[in-house]
Design a protein around this ligand. Structure first.
Ligand SMILES: Nc1ncnc2c1ncn2[C@@H]1O[C@H](COP(=O)(O)OP(=O)(O)OP(=O)(O)O)[C@@H](O)[C@H]1O
Length: 334
């Protein structure tokens, strides 16, 4: 990956004495769409702020397109930002909101006009130039923010939870808008989210962070199906995780691993070597979700709704098939 467009070398970021990110190494190729995924407080936003130049690393280097930018001011980095907290200016028209960055760069008026109008058209907002932000829907306002980020023709685009204020339908709409723009502009993008579905849907590569460190870096397919350890597995929906030591008393293990994880739909209900009691059953339409009390503790299972049903309190057999299990490494201490 020596041809990476963006590279973080052993970057450490602090707020006073708090170390938010420690010795982070990260490379993003030209045209690549990378998602930073992790729980609240793991250092996603801090990392983005450092790439944008809003926070100076206390150690390490940041390289963009071969040039060390560690000490370069934010406005000299050609990095586009769309942060959830970067609201639009309420008293400026949509056009002026988008034109803002171009005015700062002192471009000629005619160029500003052409580029702002073009950026608005590219996010599907042609004709809204003279409106005020409050006259637009939440989704349209997010698109203005997106137009504002791309109008300066950044070399790299950073999106920090850009869809978190939107309802489910608008999120879907904006998601495809962002994918389309990324293909069209062929810009490297880093997208911060704590929502695994969003990361899976959008990114070429997902980096899972925890407590200022990278837990796993891989394609959506790998992160989804082959989480490395218990932390990543839980984060992407493996709800039943049992250590090999615990399982060894009941089953022949398929190979060495610290633990094994199953998603709810990997658990077999109604047949199998284990016994439990149904503590809860929720009908979800296509499927039924069961909470089964067992010798392993509570097990969450999700089975097709047309399979035989089991009511609360009933004894039920179940299986945790190794063929569907993810073998997991132990977590590093946080
Ligand atoms: N301005 C600040 N001053 C002191 N500590 C901070 C500051 N901003 C963040 N931190 C701390 O740095 C760590 C990383 O925070 P950061 O905001 O990067 O996390 P995040 O992964 O983006 O979380 P979220 O998803 O909640 O935005 C946290 O422990 C947080 O408490």
């Amino acid at each position: 990956m020596s041809d990476a467009f963006l590279r973080l070398h052993d970057v450490t970021l602090r707020y006073g004495r708090t170390i938010a990110v420690e010795k982070l190494n990260l490379a993003v190729s030209a045209g690549e769409f990378v998602a930073l995924l992790g729980p609240s407080g793991c250092g996603k936003t801090t990392t983005m702020r450092a790439i944008a130049g809003l926070l100076k690393p206390s150690a390490g280097r940041i390289v963009i397109d071969g040039a060390d930018v560690t000490r370069v001011a934010p406005n000299k980095r050609d990095v586009g930002l769309m942060f959830q907290s970067y609201a639009l200016f309420p008293h400026l028209t949509v056009f002026e909101n988008v034109a803002f960055g171009l005015r700062l760069r002192k471009l000629p008026d005619a160029d500003i006009k052409t580029r702002a109008i073009q950026a608005l058209a590219s996010v599907g907002l042609a004709g809204t130039e003279e409106k005020l932000p409050k006259e637009l829907s939440g989704g349209q306002q997010q698109r203005v923010a997106l137009a504002r980020a791309i109008v300066v023709r950044p070399r790299l685009l950073l999106l920090d939870e850009p869809l978190s204020n939107l309802d489910a339908r608008l999120r879907l709409e904006m998601r495809s808008e962002i994918t389309r723009l990324q293909r069209e502009l062929n810009l490297p993008m880093i997208y911060v989210t704590h929502d695994q579905v969003e990361a899976l849907a959008l990114a070429d590569r997902i980096i899972v962070m925890r407590a200022g460190r990278i837990e796993q870096d891989g394609t959506p397919e790998v992160i989804y199906a082959k989480p490395r350890n218990e932390f990543v597995a839980r984060f992407v929906g493996f709800e039943t995780i049992l250590t090999a030591a615990r399982l060894a008393a009941h089953a022949r293990l398929p190979g060495p691993a610290y633990a094994f994880g199953w998603r709810p739909r990997h658990v077999v209900v109604g047949t199998g070597p284990y016994q439990g009691h149904v503590r809860g059953a929720s009908y979800l339409g296509e499927t039924v979700e069961y909470l089964i009390e067992s010798e392993f503790g509570p097990i969450k299972a999700e089975v097709a709704a047309d399979a035989p049903r089991h009511g609360p309190g009933q004894a039920v057999a179940f299986d945790l098939p190794f063929a569907r299990a993810a073998p997991l490494a132990a977590d590093l201490p946080a």
